[in-house]
Design a protein around this ligand. Structure first.
Ligand code: GRF
Length: 208
C-alpha cells in the first residue's frame, strides 16, 4: 500500500546522478520524511545514474528518445511508468532535455528543476563556465518549477556562492554541487509539506 502521507517522487536524470543519489539517500536516512523516491527515469544509454539508483534499491528505467517517433510518444511512454507507480511529482536532476506539454500537462506545478546558477543569469548548458567567463563575483543555484521554457519557471529558492579569483570551471562546479544537493532537499521538503504556493512568477512559502 502506498503511504499517502508521502510525496511519491520520480527523479529524471541524464548522467552521473549525484543529485538523484543525494535525494534517495536523504529519504532513506529520514531527512526527507515526506518524500518517497519511487523511480529514476534516464534518457541516456549507459548513464551511471541508472546503476547507482538500482544499487540503492530504486527502480531505474532507461527510456531513450531515439526509440520513439516523436517527443510526444517518448513522453507518453514516460507517463505510463509514472502512472503505474502513482507518482505525485517529478524532480529533474541533471536531466538534459526540455520537458514537453505531455508531462507538464500531466503534472502541472509538480515538476521541479535544479540549475547551477542564479537564474535568470546563465540558463542552459555549462552555467558554471558561463559564470566564470562573464566574470561574476557571485553565483549560485536555483530550484524552480518547470514550465515549457528552458530554466524559466517560478523560482522556489536560490542559494548564492562567491566565485573565487582562482576558480576554474571544475572547482566552481564542485562547490556548487554540494550547494545544489542541500538546496534540492530543502525545496523538496517544502513541496512535500504543501508549503509552496505559486502566485504568477512568485512562489510563496507558507508556514509549516
Ligand atoms: C548539475 O550541476 C545540475 O544542476 C546540472 O547538471 C548537473 C548534474 O549533476 N543541470 P548530477 O548528475 O546530479 O551529478
Amino acid at each position: 500500500m502506498p503511504d499517502e502521507t508521502r510525496l511519491r517522487l520520480a527523479i529524471f536524470a541524464s548522467g552521473r546522478g549525484s543529485n538523484a543519489l543525494s535525494i534517495i539517500r536523504a529519504s532513506k536516512e529520514g531527512r526527507l520524511p515526506r518524500v518517497e523516491p519511487v523511480m529514476v527515469i534516464c534518457d541516456k544509454a549507459g548513464a551511471p545514474v541508472v546503476d547507482r539508483a538500482r544499487e540503492e534499491g530504486i527502480s531505474a528505467f532507461e527510456i531513450l528518445p531515439r526509440d520513439f517517433s516523436s517527443k510526444e510518444e517518448y513522453e507518453r511512454a514516460i507517463l505510463n511508468h509514472l502512472r503505474e507507480k502513482a507518482v505525485d511529482a517529478v524532480a529533474l536532476a541533471g536531466y538534459m532535455r526540455l520537458v514537453g506539454p505531455v508531462l507538464i500537462g500531466a503534472f502541472p506545478d509538480r515538476i521541479l528543476n535544479i540549475h547551477p546558477s542564479l537564474l535568470p543569469a546563465f540558463p542552459g548548458l555549462a552555467a558554471q563556465k558561463q559564470a566564470i567567463d562573464y566574470g561574476v563575483k557571485i553565483t549560485g543555484v536555483t530550484v524552480h518549477f518547470v514550465d515549457l521554457l528552458m530554466d524559466h519557471g517560478p523560482v522556489v529558492l536560490q542559494k548564492s556562492l562567491p566565485v573565487l579569483p582562482e576558480d576554474t570551471e571544475e572547482t566552481l562546479s564542485r562547490r556548487l554541487l554540494s550547494v545544489e544537493h542541500e538546496a534540492y532537499l530543502e525545496a523538496l521538503d517544502a513541496l512535500s509539506r504543501g508549503r509552496l504556493k505559486i502566485e504568477g512568477r512568485r512562489v510563496r512559502w507558507l508556514s509549516d
